[in-house]
Design a protein around this ligand. Structure first.
Ligand code: SF4
Length: 370
């Protein structure tokens, strides 16, 4: 299994917490940018001739902010240059403030079969504080346009002045309007973003408060039939994101566009974050890679364990032995013994107990230091 990711780095405006590669003031370059993405896809195709891809994820930025015809051409380019399976999961991220019936209709007609909608909160005051361009009503309009489609909703916790009722309401609205998948992320105040000032001023909830919000959210999600399959991801039965599962299982993926990462044959490489540099490279028929790292066998093993422990299923010990030729229980005996109270250990798997999944980092560190 392998996935394709395409980064669309344009947005209507910059959210206060955002440190992604997104350039609201450069949306006029969308046509040239997409031409470069199509070209990059063509340039990379010969070396991936033998790969079968079964997911395509169009993320950003805000892919829905650009003209829908560019997205249609993008899906066509992916199908033209790569072996994308007939039942591939094709996802596009949508910002509720940027959709229309005709956009969604075209997305569906070109084969996009999964939508990821950034709601973040159902409270307009919190949305405004985050600098989001949309309101709750715009989310509802967007969800109505998606009626019957397979869609996921992103919500955030750890916001300034956010109450448990706010979190419950965001989950309820997503569920009521038909989401089959919900991603619940804690706000990370990144240095250099405007929201970092709120963090320095002590205006954001502290770690314990966020852990309580998370536990509350998990209970609400469970009541509504959303099962956790990864620390931040919850879904109705069978609605897991295949694209993200591939990341968590250390599958291979190729990324196109500014800032996109790839991992092919145990080599990880990342494109430039600089839009002008990306244009210059692609126009002169060079890849825009700025960082390339070969993953050593030890790093491969660490990555596998770290990613698997973030999932509700945990480490499949038989699979581990097959991949790495050693017993997981023997290799990590010390870390397992140290964390025995936080783990569920069976003859088939080792997983972090549900109630400790949110603080998995402290447990995972012991495995990485083994
Ligand atoms: S919509 Fe997403 S990518 Fe765009 S500015 Fe907001 S957080 Fe950043």
């Amino acid at each position: 299994m392998a996935g394709i990711y395409v980064h669309i780095p344009f947005c209507k405006s910059k959210c206060r917490y955002c440190d992604f590669a997104s350039f609201p003031d450069k949306i006029g370059l969308a046509e040239s940018y997409m031409a470069c993405v199509y070209r990059e896809m063509a340039m990379r195709a010969p070396e991936l001739r033998d790969y079968a891809f079964n997911t395509l994820y169009i993320g950003g930025g805000t892919p829905s902010v650009i003209d829908e015809s560019y997205i249609a051409m993008l899906v066509a380019a992916a199908k033209k240059h790569y072996s994308l399976s007939n039942d591939a999961e094709i996802t596009i991220e949508l910002n509720p403030g940027t959709v229309s019936a005709s956009k969604i209709d075209l997305y569906k007609r070109v084969g996009i079969n999964r939508f990821s909608v950034g709601l973040q909160s159902a409270n307009d005051r919190l949305l405004a504080d985050l600098g989001r361009v949309h309101t709750l009503n715009e989310f509802i309009t967007c969800a109505k346009l998606l009626k019957g489609a397979n869609f996921s909703v992103d919500i955030m916790i750890g916001l300034k002045g956010q109450t448990p009722e706010d979190i419950g309401q965001a989950i309820a609205v997503a569920d009521m309007y038909g989401a089959s998948h919900i991603s619940m992320y804690a706000l990370t105040p990144e240095d250099g973003t405007p929201i970092y000032t709120d963090y320095l001023n002590g205006e954001l909830p502290d770690g314990d408060e966020v852990a309580e919000q998370y536990a509350f959210g998990v209970r609400e999600l469970k009541k509504r039939g959303f099962e956790r399959y990864e620390v931040s991801n919850f879904c109705k039965r069978g609605k897991e994101s295949r694209h993200n599962l591939n990341y968590w299982r250390r599958g291979e993926y190729i990324g196109f566009g500014v800032s996109a990462s790839s991992c092919i044959k145990d080599v990880r490489f990342t494109n430039t974050f600089d839009l002008d540099e990306y244009f210059k490279c692609i126009i002169s028929n060079h890849f825009a890679v700025i960082d390339r790292q070969e993953i050593s066998p030890a790093e491969r093993r660490d990555e596998y364990v770290m990613l698997a422990l973030r999932t509700a299923a945990g480490v499949d010990t038989a699979e581990y032995e097959k991949l790495f030729g050693v017993s997981f229980a023997a290799e990590y005996a010390a870390a397992i013994a140290k964390n025995v109270d936080y783990l569920e250990v069976t003859d088939k798997s080792v997983r972090i107990k549900d109630e400790y999944l949110f603080v998995q980092n402290t447990i995972i560190i012991d495995f990485l230091e083994s």
